[in-house]
Design a protein around this ligand. Structure first.
Ligand SMILES: Cc1cc2nc3c(=O)[nH]c(=O)nc-3n(C[C@H](O)[C@H](O)[C@H](O)COP(=O)(O)O)c2cc1C
Length: 185
């Protein structure tokens, strides 16, 4: 049987992104039978409906949509920008949702992890993202919630996640997501 593939979509493409360090850790927590693949939203041209209607949309959109079509589940890992999720991620959601009637996010199980150096753990980003995902008919895991606050205290200089409670928490999110995917499968 082939692996269940989880597409990981990031809200940050910063070189030293804390969210990416958390993502690199969590993708290693999934059991046998699961594979993960990062689907980059970094270079997607901004969505403009004229390009879809004209039938000459950017190649990057075609590739991104094709990649979404190949995954079984979606894991979003994002920082917070001004109490919501970053524009790069919103653009990706828009690109994947169109052309009308061909929503590539549709009916996939999903989970959201928000990451911040601050104490609130990106709560605003997490919930705004959930709101859009619900509209896009992603079956977003409700519990456990994953607000990774004070992230710098969890990261060693080499970027690895340190501390038993941080490691256990991230493992519990991965385990719960696997159960969620299986329940919906
Ligand atoms: C434009 C901008 C807005 C930000 N707004 C917030 C915010 O609302 N809440 C928050 O916790 N951090 C905020 N931050 C700080 C980010 O959490 C911080 O830059 C973090 O390192 C970004 O995630 P990354 O390390 O994965 O790139 C903001 C940063 C930027 C650049």
């Amino acid at each position: 049987m082939s692996d269940t593939v989880i597409g990981v979509i990031m809200g940050s493409y910063r070189k030293d992104s804390y969210s990416k360090k958390i993502a690199d850790h969590i993708v290693r927590q999934f059991p046998e039978g699961y594979a993960t693949t990062f689907i980059s939203a970094e270079s997607l041209p901004m969505y403009n409906q004229d390009l879809d209607s004209g039938g000459n949309h950017p190649q990057e959109w075609t590739e991104f949509r094709a990649q979404l079509g190949k995954v079984d589940a979606l894991l979003f890992i994002t920082p917070e920008h001004n109490r919501t999720f970053p524009a790069v991620l919103k653009n990706a959601l828009d690109v994947g949702s169109r052309p009308y009637g061909n929503n590539k996010w549709n009916a996939k199980p999903g989970a959201v992890i928000s990451v911040s150096p601050g104490k609130i753990g990106g709560f605003g980003a997490n919930h705004h993202l959930r709101q859009t995902l619900v509209f896009l008919n992603v079956a977003v895991m409700a519990q456990p919630e994953a607000y990774v606050g004070e992230v710098t205290s969890m990261l060693a200089e080499d970027g690895s996640v340190v501390g038993e409670s941080a490691q256990e928490f991230l493992k519990s999110i991965a385990d719960a997501f696997v159960l969620w995917i299986e329940r919906l499968g």
